[in-house]
Structures are given as structure tokens and as C-alpha cells.
Design a protein around this ligand. Structure first.
Ligand SMILES: Cc1cc2nc3c(=O)[nH]c(=O)nc-3n(C[C@H](O)[C@H](O)[C@H](O)COP(=O)(O)OP(=O)(O)OC[C@H]3O[C@@H](n4cnc5c(N)ncnc54)[C@H](O)[C@@H]3O)c2cc1C
Length: 419
């Protein structure tokens, strides 16, 4: 055996994943559950323990598409999440002015969502985080390195070695960068991004309201950006409130009474009086697409590869598509006895995912620009466009399938099938 092959056979892991957020943990789980026996995964994360209060206090709720739900179901995680998930049963989209007496919606998805499986579910950050963490902890094929920061890596012919801040080194045949939008691994690979920041922030909080929401999500396009009311279990909604960055900072600095009054003016009176039911937090908003999703023995997934505007709640769902595609390729190649870190598999991953992710980011960017302004002619055009879509049932059904993640080249795990 030559030196390189000896080195590969010494690599204790098949895959090392740098970053144990939602996408890193889900990929580890998919490989541990579905790859052939003896497959070994190293999962490295800079933060630990995950169940600390900071994670639990993250006020975000995630809109998980029907396909992401199917993936979590195949991995055995969904049954734990299900009691805490709220199905979205209808969606209303409006851009009527805030002071309008009635807020008619220009585009509604009611009947389209009533037939069959709901297109999406709202799950709170802490609930999703804990369920994934519990599932990962039960897998013997996954070895956790936490807290541990990947600072560098080195490649050789048959292996890649991730270097950790405290001096350890972890060798595998493939290293996956799941280390979020400021990815150290992407930077180390010299992969540049197409990126810009929006002059907006996303204010996220939770409200309780008097009347039941009936599973209805409302997206209200206001001049400063979209204001989303997303149904949670009980009489509660998650708010994702896009604001002009300067005005948003002023709003974040308000005391609770004034903040609630600003919120109530946007929330409207339909569901009765509201109270704050969780902490508030603001997030910078940006678009970012890596120029390449791969390098020598390296694959980028989740926000390390792409960051999109949160207006349609797609970010994590796009990351879960990366997970499903990469897991499918790795498992197929392992069964065929191929080198999972070699170029052909990585190139297949990139062909499958990069254009699709860039397209999603561009569509979100276009919608944000089209709606986040107060131009009267644009408002008239938008309302005409929304009204036309509303009167075209086949197009509405297509949009529902698109949001559910059921269009395009869907990987098997997102169809609820085992690889
Ligand atoms: C306001 C807002 C609302 C959103 N709503 C939705 C929604 O409704 N639906 C949806 O699908 N998406 C939504 N998103 C997007 C979603 O939150 C993200 O896409 C998702 O959380 C990204 O997950 P990730 O695992 O890729 O990255 P992260 O969650 O950032 O995880 C990265 C992990 O890597 C670790 N790490 C970082 N550097 C290192 C290192 N050097 N070494 C080791 N570990 C490292 C970190 O500790 C972290 O655990 C929203 C985003 C925002 C801002």
C-alpha cells in the first residue's frame, strides 16, 4: 500500500462536519442513520452545550416546508417535534396601507392548502434545536467535539485533516463546512461570495393574542419591508418584522409598552388585543452566495454556502435541501465503494445545488425590492400582479408546491424516501 492509501485507511472518520447548527446536525444524523454500518462521522461545533439558555431564548421560529418535515420524519426526529409544530393552513398576502380601515388581501392561499398535507409548519428554534440534539446524542456513529473551533485544514491525496483551536486534528475523507454565514472553512478555502447587506433589520418576537389564528399566516408588505405574522401553537404568533435599519434600532430601544404599541399598530385588530410573549431580538439581513460550493475534499452546506432574505422563511429549508442532496450522494458512493471526497461526487453536489440556491436568493431579493417601497405606480402594478395570480388556480397550486419544496430535482430524503 502506498503512503497516501495508508493515510486514508488511518483516517478515523468518513465525514467530518465543521459546524453543528441545524444543517450540520441534520447531515450527521442522516449519515449515521442511513449510511452503511461502520460509517463514522465527526461533528465539531464551537458552542456547547446546545441546551444553554442562549439557544433556548432565540426568539426565532422556523417555517419548515413539507419536504423538510419529510426529511425529519425519515430521520425519526419529527414525532418529537410534531406536538410543538403548528401547521400553516392558509396564507394571506397584502400590501394595503397600515391606516386602511380594512386590510383586504390581494393574494390568498386557502383551498390550495386545505387539500392534503400542510405545505409548512412553524416550529420554535429551541424545540427544533433540542430534538436534533437529542437525536444526535443517541447515534453511536457520531462523535461530538464540543466546544471546539475549526481553525484550519490540510488536504492530502486521500484525506483531509481539520485542525482545531485547542490543537487536535481530525482526519476524514470529506470535510463539510456547515459553520454558518461567516464560515471560517469557506474563507480558508479562498472561496469568495457574491454578497450584500440590506439596509433593513429583522425584528423577531412572539405575541399572544385573544382570538385563535386558525393556522393563518399573514405577510403584510409595508414600505420599510415585510411584516410577517406566523401562527404558533396556542393563541400565539411569531413576528418577523423587517424594518429600515435606523428606524428598527430606535424601535428595538423602546420600552416594552411603546414597543408593544408599535407592534400592535402593524399587527391589526383581527385577532384581538396582543401582549408580548417572548424576548425580542434583531438580526442583520443580507444576501450571500458562495462562488463555489466545493473545493478539494470540501463541501459547503447551509448558510456557509448561501444566506437569503428571510421574507419567505426559506433559509433553513434551502440548507436542508443541501443536506438531503449531499447525504444521497455520499451514501450512494459509499455503497459503490467510491471515494466520497473525490471530485466527481462533489461536482455532482455543486451542479445539483448551486444554481437552485442562487435562484432562490435572487427571487427573495427581487420580491424585497419590489415590495419594500411606497411608490404609488409600483403599488398599483403589484396589486394587479397579485390579483392576477389570485385568479389563476393552477399558478397558485404551483406556488404552493414550490413553497413546499416539491418542485425541481427533489432528492429522495425530501420526498420522505430512504436513500
Ligand atoms: C429573522 C430570521 C428569520 C428566519 N426564519 C426562517 C424560517 O422561517 N425558515 C427557514 O427555513 N429559515 C429561516 N431563517 C434562516 C435560518 O435561521 C438559517 O438558514 C439557519 O439557521 C442556518 O443554519 P446553519 O446550520 O446553516 O447555520 P448556523 O445556525 O449559523 O450554524 C452554524 C454553526 O456552526 C458553528 N460554528 C461556526 N464557526 C465554527 C467553527 N470555526 N468551528 C466549529 N463550529 C463553528 C456555530 O457554533 C453554529 O452552531 C431565518 C433567519 C433570520 C435571520
Amino acid at each position: 500500500m502506498d503512503e497516501a492509501k495508508q493515510e486514508a485507511s488511518r483516517a478515523p472518520y468518513d465525514v467530518a462536519i465543521g459546524g453543528g447548527g441545524f444543517v450540520g446536525r441534520t447531515l450527521a444524523l442522516a449519515l449515521a442513520k442511513l449510511a452503511p454500518q461502520c460509517f463514522r462521522v465527526a461533528l465539531i461545533d464551537a458552542e456547547a452545550p446546545r441546551s444553554d439558555t442562549r439557544v433556548i431564548d432565540d426568539p426565532r421560529a422556523l417555517a419548515l416546508s413539507a419536504s423538510t418535515k419529510k426529511l425529519l420524519d425519515v430521520l425519526g426526529v419529527w414525532p418529537e417535534i410534531a406536538p410543538k409544530a403548528q401547521a400553516i393552513l392558509s396564507i394571506h398576502i397584502t400590501d394595503s396601507p397600515l391606516d386602511a380601515e380594512l386590510r383586504p388581501h390581494f393574494l390568498g392561499f386557502d383551498d390550495e392548502l386545505k387539500s392534503g398535507e400542510p405545505g409548512a409548519y412553524l416550529v420554535e428554534h429551541g424545540a427544533l434545536s433540542r430534538s436534533l440534539e437529542n437525536a444526535v446524542a443517541q447515534e453511536r456513529a457520531i462523535e461530538m467535539f464540543v466546544p471546539a473551533t475549526v481553525t484550519d485544514y490540510a488536504t492530502s491525496t486521500f484525506a483531509i485533516t481539520a485542525k482545531l483551536a485547542h490543537g487536535d486534528a481530525i482526519s476524514a475523507r470529506l470535510l463539510v463546512a456547515a459553520d454558518g454565514k461567516r464560515s471560517r472553512l469557506r474563507e480558508r478555502a479562498g472561496i469568495k461570495c457574491v454578497a450584500w447587506s440590506y439596509p433593513q433589520i429583522g425584528i423577531v418576537t412572539t405575541v399572544a393574542h385573544r382570538r385563535p389564528h386558525g393556522g393563518r399566516a399573514v405577510q403584510h408588505f409595508l414600505p420599510a419591508g415585510p411584516f410577517a405574522m406566523l401562527p404558533l401553537t396556542g393563541n400565539r404568533c411569531s413576528i418577523v418584522w423587517t424594518e429600515d435599519a435606523l428606524r428598527g434600532a430606535e424601535i428595538m430601544a423602546l420600552d416594552e409598552t411603546s414597543f408593544t404599541a408599535e407592534l400592535a399598530a402593524r399587527f391589526g385588530a383581527k385577532l384581538g388585543a396582543i401582549t408580548l410573549a417572548g424576548p425580542r431580538q434583531s438580526f442583520p439581513l443580507e444576501l450571500q452566495i458562495a462562488r463555489s460550493f466545493i473545493d478539494d475534499r470540501l463541501a459547503l452546506i447551509g448558510e456557509a454556502a448561501h444566506v437569503v432574505h428571510p421574507l419567505a422563511g426559506l433559509g433553513l429549508n434551502i440548507g436542508m435541501r443541501d443536506v438531503a442532496v449531499l447525504a444521497e450522494i455520499i451514501i450512494e458512493e459509499t455503497r459503490l465503494g467510491l471515494d466520497i471526497g473525490a471530485a466527481p461526487g462533489l461536482e455532482r453536489y455543486q451542479r445539483w445545488r448551486r444554481f437552485d440556491s442562487a435562484l432562490s436568493a435572487a427571487v427573495m431579493d427581487g420580491l424585497n425590492r419590489l415590495f419594500s417601497n411606497d411608490s404609488a405606480p409600483l403599488r398599483a402594478l403589484r396589486d394587479l400582479g397579485l390579483g392576477l395570480v389570485d385568479r389563476t388556480p393552477p399558478l397558485k397550486r404551483f406556488l404552493v408546491r414550490e413553497a413546499a419544496g416539491e418542485t425541481g430535482n427533489v432528492p429522495r430524503l425530501l420526498k420522505g424516501e430512504k436513500v
